[in-house]
Design a protein around this ligand. Structure first.
Ligand code: PMP
Length: 417
């Protein structure tokens, strides 16, 4: 369905580097769970732009809040008090129960900031010698793509090294903390707890392909952290804000993390905004000049976030995610696809595991992604092509959800046959 209109844009796009290997589709419009390209072709969104569109695309209340702020007060916020940042802090207290927040722009900023807070806490409160505080993570995690957050993540590409020391899934005495394996965390903490300030973990691993930890893992990990006076940091950049059927996915395990990282959907998908949330016992060690960024907590982003949090509560986004996540899985299972061996995740954070017996150079995640897009459905490939992310906005209309599942199932059958 492409004409010279798309080709001209793609020619210009040649100069844009990086990103997540986008499909050659020039999108120009998005409403709730429907997308349109420059040609007017329609797509059903089963991707949510990597868990950004939790409140649907272009929610009118969120767009209005952002546009008003852009018209009235579009400056960066660094030197004055921004009233909607103050309002956002109160909303976070009301909804999530945390005393304070510090806002940044990207998810990577928030995990980097949480690392700084934890290290300072380790030095000031726990008494770890200066320059020694470690932030432990888990294998296959993803906390961002900058040098410091690549270092937190488990498999940085050597080409970008050297990496930041004292962060990552290997403890100072060499214990590899495997995601989901409580014994490895126990061993690492037993050996190195004196210089470990924090354990940072994704409640469900998102970028690794939507990987669920075993039942009870998060609570056990939290209890171990408490036993060894180690902060428990939940990276809820992908799992938080209703995506999994909970306001925070940690809550499902009865865990209230010391620090929570939020991003992606925080400003309703209309502006970059991330945050670290925590209570006074930890957050009060932050002093002026410790943390900040010129555009962090700028009025359009914080105004959008206040509106997004209102929508989160008023429109029962977490409940919608739970209910429609259940329906999504029922519809997918009813298709009886032998090529799919199961589904992971929770709520509207879902991945189809491709049956290894069927995965071939012809049948795999990237090819399925392309075929689905051709037929008007946006999904994404994950886990080296062995899984397909199916993550619609929780606000998706039920008939669109059913239509998307039908397209997905037909693409699986056609690609494999
Ligand atoms: N943490 C998690 C759990 C994520 O999934 C991501 C992004 N996929 C990030 C951090 C980084 O967020 P950003 O891309 O906004 O920097």
């Amino acid at each position: 369905h492409f004409t010279d209109k798309t080709r001209a844009i793609l020619d210009e796009y040649e100069r844009c580097k990086g990103g997540f290997q986008p499909l050659p589709i020039a999108l120009t419009k998005a409403r709730n769970a429907t997308l349109w390209d420059v040609e007017g072709n329609r797509y059903i969104d089963f991707l949510s732009f990597f868990a950004v569109a939790n409140m649907g695309h272009a929610h009118p209340k969120i767009v209005e809040a952002a546009c008003t702020a852009i018209r009235e007060c579009p400056m960066a916020n660094t030197a004055f008090v921004n009233p909607s940042y103050a309002r956002l802090a109160s909303k976070i207290k009301e909804i999530f129960g945390y005393d304070s927040i510090v806002c940044m722009c990207t998810g990577a900023d928030s995990t980097d900031t949480a690392t700084k807070i934890a290290r300072k806490w380790g030095y000031k409160i726990k008494g770890i010698p200066s320059g020694k505080a470690v932030v432990l993570t888990a294998s296959a995690c993803y906390h961002g793509i900058t040098i410091s957050t690549h270092s937190l993540s488990s498999a940085p590409e050597d080409v970008f090294g050297p990496y930041v020391p004292g962060v990552g899934p290997v403890s100072p005495s060499g214990v590899l903390v495997e995601y989901g394996d409580i014994e490895s965390l126990k061993k690492a903490l037993e050996k190195d707890h004196e210089i470990i300030a924090a354990f940072m973990v994704e409640p469900i691993q998102g970028s690794a392909g939507i990987v669920d930890p075993p039942e009870g893992y998060l609570k056990q990990a939290y209890d171990l952290c408490k036993q060894y006076n180690v902060l428990f940091i939940a990276d809820e950049v992908q799992t938080g804000l209703g995506r999994t059927g909970e306001l925070l996915h940690s809550w499902r395990s009865g865990v209230k993390p010391d620090l929570v990282c939020l991003g992606k959907a925080l400003a309703g998908g209309v502006a970059p905004l991330s945050a670290v949330c925590g209570n006074a016992d930890v957050m009060d060690i932050i002093e002026g000049g410790d943390i900040g960024s010129t555009m962090a907590a700028n009025p359009p982003a914080t105004a959008a976030a206040v509106a997004a949090l209102e929508v989160l509560v008023d429109e029962r986004i977490a409940e919608q995610s739970k209910e429609k996540g259940k329906l999504l899985r029922e519809l997918l299972k009813a298709e009886n696809l032998a090529q799919v061996s199961g589904f992971t995740g929770a709520g509207m954070l879902c991945a189809a595991i491709l049956n290894p017996e069927y995965v071939t150079p012809r049948f795999n995640g990237p090819r399925l992604r392309r075929l689905c897009a051709k037929r008007g459905l946006m999904v994404n490939s994950a886990s080296g092509g062995n899984r397909v992310r199916i993550c619609p906005p929780p606000t998706i209309e039920e008939d669109l959800l059913a239509e998307g599942v039908k397209i997905f199932a037909q693409c699986v059958r056609d690609l494999e046959s």
